[in-house]
Design a protein around this ligand. Structure first.
Ligand SMILES: C[S@@+](CC[C@H](N)C(=O)[O-])C[C@H]1O[C@@H](n2cnc3c(N)ncnc32)[C@H](O)[C@@H]1O
Length: 274
């Protein structure tokens, strides 16, 4: 509650979650007529379920850390599965989805990676007890120890990333172009240089590595170039400008770098390296 009951440090209660709905393309199997009829929702259910906001209490976290209330899967199952269909929960936890499925007349399959939850699932679903129709849940334990990479290679939809998006600099760390301040004047974003890797590559205070556009390391005057960078950049604030091409083949950001007093470092280095 933070500073309750006084301002200014009260803590906002995030007491809602989003439910994301995804639909599979294609033609689903047709339900039996009688199953379709048994799946009809009342008008009240329909209006409640298909409204944009749901309001019900959470559930006491007893025996599992992240259980949802039965009402949550029960509603979704009634909205999207016919009576007699089979519902899959890939993250079964304590088994709430299966419980809800059973209580609204649907079958279910669940995966749970953590064996420790078996007693909790057992308790919630009373798995070893046959129901009135003689049906019973079963646990199947997967002991296959396969090579994950080999299995991934067999998949038909492997994600390839020719642009190496995951290696690109976090766009929140670095913004391209300049910001406009309230007086409509251009304002630069300032950084400092944490490390001079060589005369072409610098590490900034936000840990991104930048490559200086137009600068080529040459053995003969390399020391002079590095000395120049040390003298100029030590303890200084710098700002960056970018070209159309933003990254080199190693995903280093391609930059022009300037001191706060507008000294253009790349240009001076080019002169030294000639
Ligand atoms: C948020 S809990 C689900 C809780 C569940 N809705 C309930 O009400 O009990 C997510 C569960 O997914 C399981 N899990 C995580 N990764 C998994 C995986 N790769 N395969 C199967 N289960 C996994 C976790 O062990 C955890 O029990």
């Amino acid at each position: 509650m933070g500073s309750f009951p006084y301002p200014r440090n009260g803590i906002l209660k995030i007491d809602y979650e989003f439910i994301l709905l995804f639909k599979k393309q294609g033609s689903p199997p047709k339900p039996l007529k009688e199953n379709k009829e048994r799946s009809a929702m009342t008008k009240e259910e329909w209006n409640t379920y298909f409204s944009g906001h749901w309001n019900f209490a959470g559930v006491k976290q007893n025996g599992h850390l992240a259980m949802f209330p039965e009402e949550l899967p029960a509603r979704l199952i009634k909205m999207f599965a016919f009576y007699g269909d089979t519902v899959l929960d890939p993250f079964l936890g304590s088994g709430t989805t299966s419980l809800a499925a059973r209580n609204v007349g649907r079958n279910s399959v669940g995966y749970e990676i953590n064996e420790e939850y078996i007693p909790k699932i057992n308790e919630k679903l009373n798995v070893y007890q046959k129901d009135l129709s003689g049906n019973q849940y079963i646990f199947l334990t997967d002991n296959v120890k396969s090579d994950v990479n080999e299995e991934i290679d067999k998949l038909p939809y492997i994600f390839r990333d020719p642009h190496k998006f995951d290696k690109k600099i976090d766009p929140k760390k670095l913004k391209f172009g300049s910001k406009i301040d309230k007086n409509s004047k251009e304002r630069e974003e300032y950084y400092s240089v944490k490390e001079i890797i060589n005369s072409e590559l610098l590490r900034l205070n936000n840990d991104s590595v930048i490559r200086l556009i137009g600068v080529k390391e040459k053995k003969v005057n390399n020391m002079e170039a590095i000395q120049y960078l040390m003298d100029q950049l030590k303890g200084q604030k710098v700002f960056l400008k970018f070209d159309n091409e933003k990254y080199d083949e190693d995903n280093n950001l391609l930059c022009y770098i300037y001191l706060k007093n507008k000294t253009f470092i790349n240009a001076h280095l080019q002169v030294i390296s000639k």
